[in-house]
Design a protein around this ligand. Structure first.
Ligand code: 5GP
Length: 160
């Protein structure tokens, strides 16, 4: 996996005031996934973005899209990196619709603790939806790895 550590700010990096956001923490879980220090069910990768399965899905096929460039959330991300994330999000949204014969797709993105963010590396949730089926609550329970692997395979196949 190509991961440009030169583009990651160090822990003492100060964000511009206008970002209104604390400094990026390069030790966050998703930075470790990008660096290959933690495993993930990879779905897609290009120069700017990476997509993988959410380990505690709120619905079958719940996946995440992240920038390779270090960004805490939408407040500090560079616009070009955000645009790349959204282009990949559209790819994944179309793929999960096809992979699960879904009726719709929910795209979510949270910023700072008060905004519902838990992992502080920008990410977009892509969740296939089905008529009459609610999202599962955040239980903190990890999905079975075999289920994640099977769903990842379906999405990769749909991506073509
Ligand atoms: P948010 O920060 O937007 O609230 O959500 C963070 C998401 O990351 C959650 O949906 C959670 O299930 C997911 N998550 C947390 N830790 C890991 C991990 O180690 N691996 C993966 N693949 N997903 C994770």
């Amino acid at each position: 996996m190509s991961y440009d550590s030169d583009r990651l700010p160090t822990a003492d990096c100060q964000l511009p005031k206008e970002a209104m956001s604390p400094a990026y923490d390069p030790a966050n879980i998703f930075a470790k996934i990008l660096k290959g220090e933690l495993p993930s069910h990879k779905l897609y990768e290009d120069d700017e973005t990476f997509a993988f399965m959410d380990i505690m899905p709120r619905g079958d096929g719940h996946c995440l899209v992240i920038p390779k460039q270090a960004a805490r959330n939408i407040l500090d991300v560079e616009p070009a990196s955000l645009a790349a994330v959204m282009a990949t999000t559209q790819k994944l949204a179309r793929a999960v619709m096809k992979a699960f014969s879904a009726d719709g797709v929910t795209v979510q993105q949270f910023n700072e603790q008060a905004g519902g963010q838990v992992v502080f590396h920008l990410h977009v949730h892509v969740i296939p939806r089905f008529e009459g089926v609610s999202l599962k609550p955040h239980t903190g329970t990890m999905e079975d790895q075999a289920v994640l692997a099977a769903n990842a395979e379906k999405i990769r196949a749909a991506l073509g």
